[in-house]
Design a protein around this ligand. Structure first.
Ligand SMILES: [Zn+2]
Length: 613
C-alpha cells in the first residue's frame, strides 16, 4: 500500500476507540448515578461531589473532539463497527451545541436559573378569607386545599394565590421563548418546539399534532357531561370547584384490597407469571417515605448493561417511592411504583446492545417509548382482571365487581377527557413558540384560551403558566412523551388481546415485551411502535377505548375476568433472575438471598414496626 493511500485514512483503531468510549462512559455514568441516588435518598453531605460528577458527565457527552474522532473512525470500520460508531455519533450529536449557538445557550441557562431563583424565593401563601391575613403555604399545599377543602371561600382563596404565582415570571418567559427559538433556528429548525420533538421522538410537529388534534376533536363531546352535571351541582365548572366536586370517595373503600405488606409478593408473582426477568442484575428498592427523601418515585440504573471480553455483564436498578405505611390511599402508590418503576428497570436491564450509550434512559432514549413500558405495566395492575385475581383484603375477599361497576357508573362519562391535561400543555407550548411577536398580552391570552379550550372551565385561568416543565431546558416541550406512551400502550394492549385474548399472567406477552427490550434505546419511538404492534402509531385504539360506553366497558371487563379464570394461578417460587435488596436509606431490611418469600416476610415484619397508626 502506498504512503499516500495510508494518509487518506484516519489510522484510528476502531475497536480500541469503542472500548475506550464504553469504559469511560460506563464509569462516568456509574459515579454520577451513585451520588444521584445518595442525594435523592436524603444524604446531602455529598452534594458537592454530585454536582462535580454531573459536570464530568456533561463534559464527556458534549465532547466535540470525541464526536469528530468517531466520525473519522468510520474510514477504518467494518460494516458492523460502522453501525456501532453511528450509535455513538448519534449519542454525541444529542449533546452538541454549535459554536454560534453557545452564547445563546449560555444566556438560556442563566435566565432559567434566574427564573428558578425568583420562583423559589417568592413568599408562597394565600389570604385567609376570614381573618384576611396572609397564610404561608407552599404551592403543592394550596393545590391540595383547592381540591379537598369543604369551604368554597378557602378553595377560591388558594386559586387566586396560585393565579398570581403563575404570572410572576411572564416577562422572563417571553425572553426565554425568544432565546430558545433563536437557538433552534441556528440549528435549522422552524422553532424550539420543532427542535425538541424532532430530537426527542424523531417526529415533526405536523405528525404529532395530526394525532393529538384528532383525539381532541373526537373526545371533546364529553365536556357536555360537565355542563349536564352542573345543573345539579351549581358552580361545578369554576376551576376551584371542579376537582373537589368530582372527586369520588372511593379511596377508602379501595384501600383495603391493597395491603402494602402483600405488594412485593403480588408484584413478583405477576412479573414471574408473565416471564419478566432481570437477567442476573441487581435491584435495590427504597419504598417508604422518609424525611429529606426526594418526593417523587423514580428508577435509575447505576450499572448499565455492557460487555466485557465479549461477555454480557448485567445491569442494576434502584427504584423508590414514598409510601406512608398505614395511611389510607398510600399503599396503592407503592403497588404502582413496583409495576411502573419495575417495568422501567426491566426494560433497560433486558437490553442486549453492546454499546452503553444506548443502554441508558438518557438521550437518544425516547421518553415516549420508555414510558410505554412502565405505563403498560401500570395497566396490568389497574386492570379489573388483575384486581379480581390479586387484590384481596385481609379476609381474603377479592376486589368486587360491584365496586368496579359503581366506579364506572360515576366516572366512565369523563373517560374521553383523560388526555386533555397533557394535550393542553402541548398545545399551549406549540402556540407560544409559533407566535411571531410574543407580547405579555398575547402570552396571557394564549394561556387562558388554551386552558379553557381543554378544560371547559367557566372562569379562565393561567394554570398553564404554572406548569414547572415549561421553564426548564430538559422538560420544556417534552410533555408529548406521556401522551405518545398512552397511545402506544393502548395500541399494544389491543394487539395482545387480539392475539392472545389475555395479558395478565401471560408469558407470551412478557416474551414479546422482552424481545422489544433487547433493542435498548437503539431505535426511534416510531420504529419501536411499528415493530411491537405491527402498525404505525395512531390514535385509533386510544379513541376507541376511552369513548366506549359504560355498558360495553363493563361487558369487556366481565369477559376479561372470565378469561383469566381459565389461566391457572402462578404457584411456583418467584424467581425474577435478580439479586433484590430492600433498603431504607442506608439500612438493608431484607434480601432475596434465601428466596423471594423469605424477603417478603422479613420486609413485612419490618413494615409493621413502621406503621403510622
Ligand atoms: Zn416513568
Amino acid at each position: 500500500m502506498s504512503k499516500k493511500q495510508k494518509k487518506a485514512t484516519s489510522g484510528i483503531n476502531v475497536q480500541a476507540l469503542l472500548d475506550s468510549l464504553n469504559t469511560s462512559y460506563l464509569r462516568i455514568h456509574k459515579t454520577y448515578e451513585k451520588y444521584f441516588w445518595q442525594s435523592y435518598m436524603g444524604d446531602h453531605s455529598i452534594d458537592d461531589r454530585f454536582e462535580k460528577n454531573q459536570i464530568i458527565r456533561e463534559t464527556f457527552r458534549s465532547n466535540e473532539k470525541l464526536m469528530k474522532k468517531v466520525a473519522q473512525a468510520k474510514d477504518e470500520a467494518t460494516k458492523k463497527e460502522d453501525s456501532l460508531l453511528l450509535q455513538w455519533e448519534h449519542f454525541f450529536s444529542k449533546f452538541q451545541t454549535p459554536d454560534e449557538a453557545k452564547g445563546v445557550y449560555a444566556k438560556i441557562i442563566s435566565l432559567e436559573k434566574a427564573i428558578l431563583l425568583k420562583k423559589t424565593s417568592q413568599k408562597e401563601g394565600y389570604i385567609d378569607p376570614i381573618s384576611k391575613k396572609f397564610i404561608k403555604a407552599p404551592r403543592a399545599q394550596m393545590r391540595n386545599i383547592m381540591s379537598t377543602h369543604a369551604d368554597e371561600k378557602m378553595r377560591k382563596a388558594c386559586f387566586t394565590a396560585l393565579e398570581n404565582a403563575a404570572v410572576m415570571c411572564t416577562e422572563e418567559f417571553i425572553e426565554l421563548v425568544a432565546l430558545r427559538n433563536e437557538y433552534a433556528q441556528i440549528l435549522g429548525y422552524e422553532d424550539f418546539y420543532a427542535y425538541k420533538i424532532q430530537t426527542e421522538e424523531g417526529m415533526s410537529k405536523h405528525e404529532l399534532f395530526e394525532i393529538f388534534d384528532e383525539i381532541y376533536d373526537k373526545t371533546k363531546y364529553a365536556f357536555a357531561e360537565y355542563r349536564n352535571l352542573e345543573k345539579d351541582m351549581p358552580g361545578l365548572r369554576k376551576p376551584w370547584n371542579m376537582g373537589y366536586m368530582l372527586a369520588g370517595d372511593f379511596t377508602k373503600e379501595v384501600d383495603q384490597y391493597f395491603p402494602f405488606e402483600k405488594a412485593l409478593d403480588r408484584w413478583g408473582r405477576s412479573f414471574a407469571a408473565m416471564g419478566i426477568k432481570y437477567q442476573g442484575g441487581k435491584l435495590q428498592l427504597d419504598l417508604l417515605s422518609r424525611q429529606g427523601k426526594y418526593e417523587n418515585g423514580f428508577c435509575h440504573w447505576p450499572d448499565l448493561v455492557h460487555y466485557k471480553n465479549g461477555k454480557k455483564v448485567p445491569g442494576s436498578a434502584n427504584f423508590t417511592c414514598n409510601v406512608v405505611y398505614g395511611q389510607v390511599g398510600s399503599s396503592e402508590l407503592g403497588y404502582n411504583t413496583l409495576f411502573h418503576e419495575g417495568g422501567h428497570a426491566a426494560h433497560l436491564m433486558n437490553s442486549t446492545q453492546s454499546q452503553v450509550c444506548v443502554n441508558t434512559e438518557y438521550p437518544p432514549a425516547s421518553t415516549g417509548w420508555t414510558e410505554t413500558q412502565s405505563m403498560f405495566l401500570d395497566t396490568v395492575l389497574s386492570s379489573i382482571e388483575w384486581k379480581s385475581r390479586y387484590a384481596k383484603n385481609t379476609e381474603g375477599e377479592a376486589y368486587p365487581l360491584e365496586l368496579y361497576k359503581r366506579q364506572l357508573a360515576k366516572l366512565n362519562r369523563f373517560t374521553p377527557l383523560s388526555l386533555m391535561g397533557i394535550s393542553s400543555v402541548m398545545k399551549f407550548e406549540k402556540r407560544v413558540y409559533e407566535e411571531k411577536n410574543l407580547t405579555q398580552k398575547k402570552l396571557l391570552a394564549i394561556a387562558k384560551n388554551t386552558y379553557t379550550e381543554y378544560s371547559d372551565v367557566s372562569v379562565p385561568s393561567y394554570r398553564l403558566l404554572s406548569i414547572p416543565h415549561i421553564y426548564s431546558w430538559e422538560s420544556a416541550c417534552a410533555y408529548q412523551g406521556y401522551g405518545l406512551a398512552q397511545l402506544a400502550l393502548t395500541q399494544w394492549r389491543d394487539y395482545f388481546y387480539k392475539k392472545y385474548e389475555y395479558i395478565v399472567d401471560n408469558p407470551k406477552v412478557g416474551k414479546e415485551m422482552t424481545k422489544m427490550w433487547t433493542y435498548g434505546s437503539s431505535k426511534t419511538f416510531s420504529d419501536c411502535v411499528k415493530i411491537a404492534t405491527g402498525k404505525k402509531l395512531s390514535a385509533t385504539a386510544y379513541i376507541n377505548n376511552v369513548t366506549a360506553s359504560e355498558k360495553s366497558t363493563l361487558r369487556k371487563a366481565t369477559a376479561r375476568i372470565q378469561r383469566l379464570e381459565k389461566v391457572p394461578l402462578y404457584k411456583k417460587d418467584i424467581k425474577l433472575d435478580a439479586e433484590i435488596k430492600m433498603v431504607h436509606g442506608k439500612q438493608t431490611i431484607a434480601t432475596n438471598k434465601k428466596g423471594f418469600s423469605t424477603m417478603t416476610n422479613k420486609y413485612a415484619m419490618w413494615l409493621e414496626k413502621n406503621r403510622i397508626n
